[in-house]
Design a protein around this ligand. Structure first.
Ligand code: SAM
Length: 253
């Protein structure tokens, strides 16, 4: 039977991703929590969490793992995704819960840090599964698009994408006008550690990924000299408009 990309059961999604992309299973989960991913798939050999909840899990920061470089074949990341809930909590990311970011900048810092560390510990062509979801508080931020961007900047090839659709009967007030579509899905990016030089996302630069490069093969437009992109190498207009989109869409969810 052909394996498709949208699932209503997380275990089925993980089984499919492993079958297609990582036949030997997942070696490392450094954001393990209680291990809810491993109801029907084998537990990784290495499991860590910054705030371990179960005895089998060791304490470590996913941005500074006690693991040799280029040593892991596959791993999964499932970071917290909520941020900026306007004083409704005192338990921000930096507190003991490590659950909710104060703002998008805190989320960006952690996501870039874990992508960088994943790129360090993975072998050439190693697989990273990255779970993420878009977030609506009073405004919507398309977090999965940023993860795609930051993954490419870090030197990953976005090889595939699976979607988990979990419609829930959320409580809502029918008297209020709905301003955004209710998000009932999450994304699992499947990144491969690229062997090609890292591309920049400046359209005037020769390493800017063309549609072909993004979809098929990052080596297609790679410059012979490896380039390390920084935010200053990005097109400021694109970045500015992204942030304006996030910051100025002040409508209700
Ligand atoms: C969304 S939960 C993971 C849920 C897990 N996949 C499961 O299914 O049970 C996110 C986890 O990341 C952990 N975490 C947050 N920041 C971390 C960091 N810098 N290093 C390692 N773990 C971190 C949190 O403590 C939390 O347990």
């Amino acid at each position: 039977m052909m394996i498709q990309s949208v699932f209503q059961d997380e275990q089925e999604l993980l089984k499919a991703v492993i079958e297609v992309h990582s036949a030997e299973g997942i070696d490392l989960d450094p954001m393990y929590f209680k291990g809810n991913f491993y109801k029907q798939i084998p537990k990784p050999k290495m499991i860590y969490d910054i705030n371990p909840q179960v005895d089998e899990c060791q304490q470590a920061d996913a941005t500074k793992l006690p693991i040799n470089s280029n040593s892991i074949k596959s791993m999964i990341l499932d970071p917290p995704f909520m941020f900026g809930i306007h004083g409704k909590t005192k338990s921000y990311y930096s507190s003991a819960t490590h659950g909710i970011f104060k703002d998008f900048i805190e989320l960006e810092d952690l996501y870039k840090g874990i992508l960088k560390e994943a790129h360090r510990v993975l072998q050439k062509k190693g697989i990273l599964i990255f779970k993420c979801q878009d977030y609506t508080d009073s405004k919507t931020t398309m977090v999965h698009s940023f993860v795609w961007l930051w993954g490419i900047q870090q030197g990953f090839y976005p090889k595939d994408l699976a979607i988990l659709w979990l419609p829930k009967n959320k409580v809502y007030n029918p008297n209020l006008k709905q301003r955004h579509l209710r998000k009932t899905h999450s994304y699992f990016w499947i990144f491969e550690k690229s062997t090609a030089p890292v591309v920049t996302l400046n359209p005037t630069d020769s390493t800017f990924p063309t549609e072909k490069a993004i979809n098929m093969d990052l080596t297609a437009t790679a410059s012979p000299t490896p380039k390390c992109p920084s935010d200053t190498s990005l097109n400021p207009n694109i970045i500015k408009s992204n942030f304006e989109f996030i910051l100025q869409d002040g409508s209700n969810s």
